[in-house]
Design a binder for this molecule. Structure first.
Ligand code: Z5A
Length: 213
């Protein structure tokens, strides 16, 4: 019988290096003979990517309602789980995702102000107990992100245009999640050089692989 795969997520505020380190985690697991599917949220399937486009679009004519935003995120997640995440895990592959439900608690919960109980209700309804086995929370002061994103260039999406203390509240939301689940969710200091961040990630993965084995 095929062994069920493991589910690893990368989380954190904008520009902390999730996409950059997703490929590092994939290559690291490959080097240990593990088959890996990488994916992202919002998105991960063609339909869920169309929902992502709706979520990120700057529509001046019709601002997206916070509750509609939350439901769109979970609609995309349902599709992503059904089409990509559950099938890959069932094939015995490991899934590494750039963001998952911790982001919903941080952005829609802590930053937008939706009650965490409501998000937890949708989490249970949509995921039916499926949750990450390990979450690497890339954490750094919010002010650092501006420099990294300016260096990268490109147009700002609907989230990146948020102002005030929105991203501080996102960071607090992640901190609260990490405090609630310290075994699963580990902080990595993302303000360090990329080499040091990746050494820390590799060390954490080594520990985790040893304990799972
Ligand atoms: N969202 C939500 O509200 N609710 C949800 O449930 C979910 C998502 C799942 C899109 O996500 C938006 O969706 C997101 C929250 C919302 N909006 N925001 N903000 P996304 O993941 O696509 O968006 P993002 O967080 O803005 O991703 P990003 O800008 O691509 O950031 P990143 O992936 O964390 O960073 P990166 O692209 O890997 O790195 C940024 C730059 O920094 C790049 O030039 C790198 O070369 C550089 N970099 C990376 N690491 C380092 C180090 N250590 N030193 C120096 N430079 C570095």
């Amino acid at each position: 019988m095929t062994q069920q795969g493991r589910f690893i997520t990368l989380e954190g505020g904008e520009g902390v290096g999730k996409s950059t380190n997703l490929s590092f985690v994939r290559d690291y697991l490959h080097s240990r003979g593990i088959r890996v599917t990488t994916t992202r949220e919002p998105g991960g399937t063609p339909v869920a990517e169309r929902i992502r486009a709706l979520l990120l679009a700057n529509d001046e004519q019709e601002p997206l309602d916070d509750l509609a935003e939350l439901l769109l995120i979970f609609a995309g997640r349902a599709q992503h789980l059904a089409r990509v995440i559950r099938p890959a895990l069932a094939r015995g592959e490991w899934v590494v995702s750039d963001r998952f439900t911790d982001a919903t608690f941080a952005y829609q919960g802590s930053a937008r102000g939706i009650a965490p109980e409501r998000i937890a209700m949708l989490e249970q309804f949509v995921q039916q107990g499926l949750a990450p086995d390990l979450t690497l929370w890339l954490d750094m002061p919010v002010s650092y992100a501006a420099d990294r994103l300016a260096a990268r260039g490109g147009e700002r999406d609907r989230f990146e245009r948020e102002r005030g203390d929105f991203f501080e509240r996102v960071r607090q939301g992640y901190r609260a999640r990490a405090e609630q689940a310290p075994e699963r969710m580990v902080a990595v200091d993302a303000s360090q050089s990329l080499e040091q961040v990746q050494r820390d990630i590799a060390q954490r993965l080594d520990q985790q692989l040893a304990s799972w084995n």
